[in-house]
Design a protein around this ligand. Structure first.
Ligand SMILES: C[S@@+](CC[C@H](N)C(=O)[O-])C[C@H]1O[C@@H](n2cnc3c(N)ncnc32)[C@H](O)[C@@H]1O
Length: 235
């Protein structure tokens, strides 16, 4: 039965795409790559390009407005949902690619909600992907959690207050989207004595990967959008 797939392509290394993800991407008639942040879209497409055949597959790069304003985003998502639904109803398998995992801070989540409400007759299948967090921990050789420890994930753009609270309560704090508030985070890590327990990872899984553990180097660095930090209460 023609299906709408969401395939998590992992952090950027084609070898970190699951075998199931690879199979579906090779077989799909249509590949959809949403572009809201250009840095993310190129990573997803580059990651899967070894498995695509442009002579046989339709590859759609769909540009979304760079905004969090629902008045502009909702119509954009409805438009792409209609585009996908039309192709599935015409008998074609459509695969929507996302970096990392599709259900983890991914734009696919908006689309899933639209399909559940407006196209309940269309089968949706999600293929999980390796998240940037797991790939980063592996590259840095840092345990995320063990025993009774707890971990919290915070998009740093949620506000410094939330990070302060998390550092006080959780053994491991993972900060995503660090770029816009990098200086504030560095100040906070200094103030809370976490300089020795912080790992910074940028573009994990790519040729441009950077893993920094020295706080001086972390402080001197200017991060790009695909960067995160793992902060432990002790190393
Ligand atoms: C919207 S979230 C997407 C998360 C993604 N769905 C996942 O499973 O990893 C974007 C944030 O994830 C982190 N990220 C995604 N890919 C990354 C990579 N290759 N290296 C480091 N951080 C990454 C960055 O913090 C970035 O700002």
């Amino acid at each position: 039965m023609p299906t709408f797939y969401a395939v998590g392509v992992g952090p950027g290394d084609p070898e970190l795409l699951t075998r199931k993800g690879e199979r579906i991407l090779r077989q799909a008639d249509v590949i959809v790559a949403p572009v809201s942040n250009p840095a993310e879209a190129s990573v997803a497409l580059e990651t899967v390009s070894p498995f695509l055949d442009e002579s046989r597959q339709e590859i759609i790069i769909h540009q979304f407005p760079m905004t969090s304003d629902p008045a502009r985003l909702v119509p954009a998502w409805q438009e792409v949902a209609a585009l996908i639904a039309g192709r599935v109803e015409a008998g074609r398998d459509v695969a929507f690619i996302t970096i990392g995992d599709p259900l983890f801070y991914s734009t696919f989540i908006y689309l899933l909600r639209i399909f559940q409400v407006s196209y309940p007759q269309i089968p949706v299948e999600v293929v999980p992907g390796i998240s940037s967090i797991h790939a980063s921990a592996a590259q840095a050789l840092v345990p995320l959690v063990e025993g009774d420890e707890r971990m919290i994930v915070i998009p740093a753009t949620a506000g410094v207050d939330k990070i302060v609270d998390a550092l006080a309560r959780y053994e491991t704090v993972v900060l995503l989207k660090v770029k816009p508030v990098y200086k504030d985070i560095l100040e906070l890590l200094k103030a809370t004595g976490r300089q020795g327990n912080t790992v910074f990872v940028e573009r994990v899984g790519s040729m441009r990967q950077k893993v920094l553990t020295d706080f001086g180097e972390i402080s001197a660095h200017s991060p790009d959008y695909l960067s995160l930090m793992i902060v432990r209460s002790s190393s």
